[in-house]
Design a protein around this ligand. Sequence first.
Ligand code: ADP
Ligand code: MG
Length: 262
Amino acid sequence: MDTTPKIETPEIETPKIEVAALRKQFGELVVLKDINLKVAAGSVVALIGPSGSGKSTLLRCINLLVTPDGGRVRVGEDSFAFGVGSKPPRTRELARFRTNTGMVFQHFNLFPHMTALGNVMEAPITVRKKPKAQAREQALALLAKVGLADKVDEYPSRLSGGQKQRVAIARALAMEPEVMLFDEATSALDPELVGEVLGVMQKLASEGMTMVIVTHEIAFAREVADRVIFMRDGVVIEEGPARQVIDAPREPATQAFLGHFH
Ligand code: ADP
Ligand code: MG
């Protein structure tokens, strides 16, 4: 019996994100095995799968926080190849690439000694050399967009988890990234705070931001994502339109995984 999963990779003219033949291992442990991924501009891809399947490593390879061992990663116009015969990216290229891919983590990592406003203004001023007045105006607009117009002068210690995470999203957006990556952005939140963060993510999606989200919020993935990718043990097992994968998964492994949520 042929047990090789059939992966249907969509034909996308010029995907905003393209990952090809991506490989990564930590020591002996192979964490990503020949991952191929295309994300159309303005679309949302949800990455689901059991803990340890390589979802975070894949996201970190997309913004090159983790250096792949092989394959190619492209976001927008910037493309890098890894492995035998490839030149490692230069530090400046890497820095530019990372600012173009906003990332939001499970833990907010806000600067504790800066207000919400200060957190959002920081990188545009120091990295982008934006004039302070302009950075401030942009930060105020972004904080209003995530529903925190009344919290701009608060320090992180005085914000709830959901508010902190919304500041973290505003901070990532301040770099005007072409794509946004979310790694379990709501997993550390108390249940009653999850909705306000998902609401901001949904709004971004509806405005046309290209997004890859790792999430355990299956209902949210079904609602907001265009496509869902199910990973296990460093391999893409199944990929398809969100509702098809979630409502009628084809692969037994996907069925078993989703079974835990029903
Ligand atoms: P997921 O996000 O799906 O839970 P991860 O990408 O975090 O999975 O991890 C995949 C595997 O890689 C796990 O076995 C994890 O322990 C291992 N791993 C992740 N990062 C590192 C690292 N920096 N060094 C060694 N092993 C790692
Ligand atoms: Mg993870």
